[in-house]
Ligand binder design. Structure first.
Ligand code: IPE
Ligand code: MG
Length: 222
């Protein structure tokens, strides 16, 4: 969800106004995903590197996470959204962690769409955590072992990775899981990314031929 700062700057607003508007985009995109039949939406909300931002911006984001959980929980229940927060959660305050785990517990039975919010998340940190879990029990690890110990062990690999604000890099997001994801990079800033922009990305995705290492002829033969 990139480009909140640039969106605000272009309007002569403080960066936090961009984050606030970005939360509205998440609402809109989640709703549209449910409408379009997407079963998993995984969003990058806060990276292991984002702690390096100015203190007041980090503080604002923590409050935004907390307030957004409070304000949205009823609607998440109504729309049957299962909510997960994935990342190194131990870095957050007790209060925020409790709120996160309570919202996960409350939405546990929902089955229309799963929303994974990646917070204090790094793709490398995730792989390191998986390997450390495995070290105690294994001498030799397989791809399946690593897969089964990632934070996303219960989430299928993404089909489509959408990168807003024109950034042509992965920035430590889902390094393992995006091995065969289709990439869609758009200049649209996250606060402007809503239902129509998602529809455009999905329509672009639908035109792709996914070969997973095979030839086009093999794929066409099914
Ligand atoms: C993404 O928008 C939001 C977070 C990382 C929390 P940015 O804040 O990175 O926006 P730009 O890159 O400054 O435009
Ligand atoms: Mg950015």
């Amino acid at each position: 969800m990139d480009g909140n700062g640039r969106w605000a700057k272009a309007k002569g607003l403080p960066r936090i106004a961009g984050h606030r508007e970005g939360a509205e985009s998440l609402r809109a995109v989640l709703k549209a995903c449910a409408e379009f039949g997407v079963k998993y939406l995984t969003v990058y909300a806060f990276s292991t590197e984002n702690w390096r931002r100015p203190d007041e911006e980090v503080e604002f984001l923590m409050e935004l996470f907390s307030n957004t959980i409070d304000n949205e929980i009823d609607e998440l229940m109504e729309n049957k959204v299962k909510l997960h927060f994935l990342g190194r959660l131990d870095r957050f305050s007790d209060e925020l962690r409790k709120k996160m785990s309570a919202s996960t517990a409350k939405t546990k039975g929902n089955d229309r769409i799963t929303l994974n919010v990646m917070v204090n998340y790094g793709g490398r940190a995730e792989i390191v955590d998986a390997v450390n879990e495995l070290l105690s029990s294994k001498k030799k690890v397989t791809e399946q072992d690593i897969q089964d110990h990632l934070y996303t062990r219960n989430v299928p690999d993404p089909d489509l990775l959408i990168r807003t604000a024109s950034e042509m890099r992965v920035s430590n997001f889902l390094l393992w899981q995006i091995a065969y994801a289709e990439l869609f990079v758009t200049p649209t800033l996250w606060p402007d990314f809503r239902r129509n922009q998602l529809k455009e990305a999905i329509e672009d995705y639908q035109k792709r031929v996914r070969k997973f290492g095979q030839t086009e002829e093999q794929v066409n033969a099914g």
